[in-house]
Design a protein around this ligand. Sequence first.
Ligand code: SAM
Ligand code: SF4
Ligand code: SF4
Length: 367
Amino acid sequence: MSINIIPTIDLLYDGQVPLIPAYAPAPNGQISDTHGRLLGDLRISVTDRCNFRCTYCMPKEVFGKGYQYLPQSELLSFDEITRMARLFVAHGVKKVRLTGGEPLLRKNLEVLVEMLASLKTPDDKPLDIALTTNATLLPKKVKALKAAGLNRITVSLDSLDEVTFRAMNDVNFPVADVLKGIDAAQSAGFTPIKINMVVKKGVNDQDVVAMARHFKGSGHIVRFIEFMDVGSSNGWRMKDVVSSAEIVRMVNADMPLVEAQSNYSGEVAQRWTYADGSGEIGVISSVTQAFCSTCTRARLSTDGKLYTCLFTPSGHDLRVLMRSGKSDTQITRAIGLIWNQREDRYSALRTEKTTSNKKVEMSYIGG
Ligand code: SAM
Ligand code: SF4
Ligand code: SF4
């Protein structure tokens, strides 16, 4: 694989200090960007560390022994994360997803879940709190997470084939232990569980049908994700992408599928149900059919920078506002202005050329 050199830590975690306008850009809360997209979801990266080295996300050649992770003092505390979430909720956020890195590596994550679960939307509804995880620590943590108020779990699993999976996570982690994590989550009452499989040509595309077949009828929903050019270190090439259309064709040839309606506007995955009624799969076409026009997602990095797109080079440093004593009103206004000015639609504009733009690493801002 060809690996680009990634920038030093200062450039990698580049951020701008947000402006605080003298007025409230969204006096009534809900705020839309320059393309009329409302702010609806917040993804929070709780750690930039991971116990896997997935070759498409944190390749060992880059995230090796000498890699500088953020020091503890740079991480947002649980109080700071909860404060940020509360301000985003006032702007219309209804869903929060905890991610990373591997979010379960963050100590006492259930305490954060409990703090987030105490927040209410302006119409007095509870927040929808989800987690994306590689499942390695689920058997140990899932009951506490459920008790704390976690609503939904997505597990990443790229192959059921032992050799392929161990090569993709690159730490020799066995398939059986991820399946145990999924079972533990099911026993704790999480259902349906979503299973994310990133598909890379020549690496695991031969395992697509087996993955669909394994979870057919289980109540879980497999979602096949097109390999993306996130970050600057995964050696992405267009020819390594397996399109969603091809994935649907492969599964449909073996187990007939019927296209289904989205559950809600802006749903990332296109849904396909099995013709025999035994469940559904999803395909996430981030490369071949961009869904920027309905993208309502904001991302908060491990060290408190707001990213308005997965593919932006730098974030807006909300932590500096918090740690310099700015009030809720001031930070709310700053967030409102950033979203108001948002123009991002990287995937809709993607070309072979844009893939070499400087972009932040996914493990730092969360998938
Ligand atoms: N460590 C957790 C996990 O793997 O579930 C959460 C963080 S991970 C960055 C979030 C999601 O991003 C995972 O489902 C992962 O497969 C996906 N992902 C990472 N790099 C990707 C890439 N280059 N293209 C598509 N999806 C990617
Ligand atoms: Fe870790 Fe998730 Fe990235 Fe894999 S995809 S390296 S599990 S953060
Ligand atoms: Fe949203 Fe950016 Fe992805 Fe488009 S490219 S869907 S704007 S995160």
